[in-house]
Design a protein around this ligand. Sequence first.
Ligand code: SF4
Length: 83
Amino acid sequence: MAWRRRPETPCEIVVKEILVSSDAGPECAEACPTGALRVEGGRLVADPGLCVACIACMALCGPGRVRVLTDWRCPGGESVEAG
Ligand code: SF4
């Protein structure tokens, strides 16, 4: 097996989308450290641009109610679907 050299710039995870189901309540935003998932006017609002993919919201509410879709951005433009 050939070893690959570690890239000088590591891949980074990027958030593509935050899916919020209709039965997700305001409590799902309580664990969010960045405000990417927050309550505005009594509704859950998702802002993928603020999300750091910590998945605390998914741990709190379950992936059936809140799901963070991520991808990898790697040097050279490679992109690998992460989930
Ligand atoms: S993954 Fe983390 S930062 Fe992103 S919305 Fe969920 S709790 Fe907030």
